[in-house]
Design a protein around this ligand. Structure first.
Ligand SMILES: NC(=O)c1ccc[n+]([C@@H]2O[C@H](COP(=O)([O-])OP(=O)(O)OC[C@H]3O[C@@H](n4cnc5c(N)ncnc54)[C@H](OP(=O)(O)O)[C@@H]3O)[C@@H](O)[C@H]2O)c1
Length: 324
């Protein structure tokens, strides 16, 4: 089978499309014929090995795991002997390691059935971005109906889910994006949209109960200015500044600062949870969330797809079509 591999850290030029052995599922695993995968900033962080703190897990000098891609949708081809939930032919989506490939094996807990109202392309666009939005708003942000919620980075992979999930919780949502994305962010349900090229949301008179920050381009002080005194700032993402800690340094500063102020500042590490994947599956089936897809690339063009996401201006998600 064909798969994207990397053996050293670096830019997307180091990625290679190689012929590998088709994997064999362990007893508790399913073998998936991959239809589609999607790209996340996580992929280029692992590809570059930055911030360096990530290498504690990924391998200090070179990657321990030389496959990339964590979001996948496809058809179950075969199952291990202990798998009870799936059978060959089932159409599923979820998380794995090595999604940029024709086949992948993962534990059955990683997948749920793809809703009938979705294409494989849409399903692959969901997992990490939707986990991040759901866990950031619900668990870290403790979102409540009627709250004023601001999503910074509303047009990105995570932000487009965050706008829709915040609406599904009954919040009044303000999305922040650039001019070309204003209509799109409004179309997915934002009640208000701030065009950051015209207005700095941290300078407005508005106060928010919850700020979901997927960009990290404003100081904590400025964000706190527009946060209600009982409000919560959820730090989701930030610029890859500072080789060792990257966006984590801002989150750590927030953790220290939040000990001395009433407002809460919390960082998010999204995790793959089957129970949350079921919640996301229900939201998708009910039409409460729909992935926004920007561009599609082939498996051969994964380096180009990652380069595009690295530029930081994708409109929703970038998908890899492995079949067709
Ligand atoms: N903590 C976690 O567990 C976790 C999980 C997943 C992702 N993340 C992080 O969350 C961040 C977002 O992820 P993603 O998948 O959404 O990335 P993405 O799809 O690459 O985000 C791109 C979006 O960011 C927007 N953007 C860029 N500059 C902006 C600005 N100054 N103000 C407002 N929006 C701006 C762009 O909109 P315009 O084109 O309109 O500028 C674009 O739509 C990344 O840093 C990622 O590493 C964290």
């Amino acid at each position: 089978m064909k798969a994207i591999i990397y053996t050293n850290y670096g830019s997307s030029n180091i990625l290679q499309l190689k012929e590998l052995e088709k994997p064999i599922p362990k007893d508790d695993e399913v073998l998936l014929k991959v239809h589609t995968a999607s790209v996340n900033p996580l992929d280029w962080h692992f590809m570059r090995g930055t911030p360096y703190v990530l290498r504690i897990q990924a391998g200090m000098l070179k990657p321990k795991n030389n496959r990339l891609g964590v979001d996948v949708a496809g058809t179950v081809e075969s199952v291990g002997k202990d798998v009870t939930e799936f059978k060959p032919g089932d159409e599923v989506f979820g998380g794995c390691n090595g999604a940029f490939a024709e086949y992948v094996c993962a534990n059955e807990k990683a997948f749920v059935i793809k809703p009938n109202n979705m294409t494989f392309k849409q399903a692959a666009a969901v997992p990490i971005a939707a986990f991040t939005a759901l866990q950031g708003l619900r668990d870290q942000g403790q979102i409540q109906p009627g709250q004023k919620v601001l999503i910074n980075g509303a047009a990105g992979g995570v932000g487009t889910f965050a706008v829709q999930i915040a609406k599904s919780f009954g919040a009044i949502v303000t999305g922040v994006c650039s001019t070309r994305n204003v209509e799109m962010v409004r179309s997915i349900g934002a009640d208000h949209v701030i065009d950051y090229t015209l207005e700095d949301f941290t300078r407005s008179e508005q106060q928010y109960d919850l700020i979901f920050d997927a960009v990290g381009n404003h100081s904590l002080t400025n964000c706190r200015r527009v946060l209600d005194s009982n409000g919560i700032l959820v730090l989701v993402g930030g610029p890859d500044k500072g080789r060792f800690l990257g966006p984590l340094s801002r989150s750590l500063r927030a953790l220290v600062l939040s000990r001395f102020v009433k407002q809460k500042m919390v960082m998010l590490f999204a995790v793959r949870k089957k129970a949350d994947l079921h919640i996301i599956q229900e939201l998708l089936s009910a039409g409460k969330i729909t992935p926004v897809i920007d561009r599609c690339y082939t498996l051969n063009d994964v380096p180009e797809a990652i380069r595009y996401v690295e530029e930081g201006h994708a409109q929703g998600k970038v998908v890899i079509n492995v079949i067709g």
